[in-house]
Design a protein around this ligand. Sequence first.
Ligand code: 13P
Ligand code: SF4
Length: 331
Amino acid sequence: MNIKDSWLKSGYVDEQVPTNIDIKKEIIRLKEEKDAIIMAHFYQKNEIQDIADFVGDSLALAQKAAKTDAKIIILAGVHFMGETAKILSPDKKVLVPDLNAGCSLADSCPPEEFQQFVNSHPDHTVLTYVNTTADIKALSDIVVTSTNAKNVVDSLPKDEKIIFGPDRNLGNYLNSITGREMVLWDGACHVHEKFSVEKIVELKKEHPDALILAHPECKKPLLLLADYVGSTAALLNYSTSNENKKFIVATESGIIHQMQKANPDKEFIPAPPNDSTCACNDCEYMKLNTLQKLYNCLKFEWPNIEVKEDIRVKAVKPINRMLDISKKAGL
Ligand code: 13P
Ligand code: SF4
């Protein structure tokens, strides 16, 4: 396929979508014609979540990518999620709507520096959060997501020495709930770190009947304030199973779409960030994906994710270890 210079420059197919088509119907038609599956993370725009065949957290997306029969996987999420799908399903074409959809947490862990970190802890097991590049996964012993991180840590002998990266907040949280002393890489997600504890305390005064839900990528003071801490899928499940009618949600605001759909009678209030007058906290990388880019990526089958085979062979092992532990834990 001849990749246009303008596409390469922009990182997505920058063709005008015809104005006379019903874009949602066309996406569904193309997807069926090409035997493609559209998978979306909970942080995607509402219209992308609604058109997707499957919406889930990082673990569910990896599990689905490992077992789908579709010829093409469209991963509407960020780059590392597309890479994970490609590592697990190398024979499939894995497309992402916009190559610029990166992740500040993955960026906070450059491979050369992480290699030095690993080298300086020779007798340690290397645990890494799924929010990393394929190169980092290739340096790891086991990958975790926020849904299974505790199960993975608990599966290791109590005296096993562990290094954990790249998220210092998730690492600290795991240390506190497992009683471990994992050595932590000093990385973070800029979205989860910018929630304002002060504004959330004010919000709680206005809504004393609301429970605070927080993702473990948030800073410690917020996690201490939270009534429940968990992955996106865990927060969604908790908001449904808990009888409370009001929740303050401290994670990227996209998850509220599924919470509201599952619980039309409940109120979900996005926790505010500290840097703007905006009421909610969006990941600008996740929100780069649009229906137009999704349509074009299906139509032109670009951008596709490639992972070098030597890296893929190393990276698939720690991901498969994670999937095995998750299966045993019933996740
Ligand atoms: P989950 O695994 O909870 O979906 O988290 C993914 C993520 O990127 C959080 O910022
Ligand atoms: Fe990465 Fe944070 Fe965006 Fe999740 S919310 S994709 S961790 S930058």
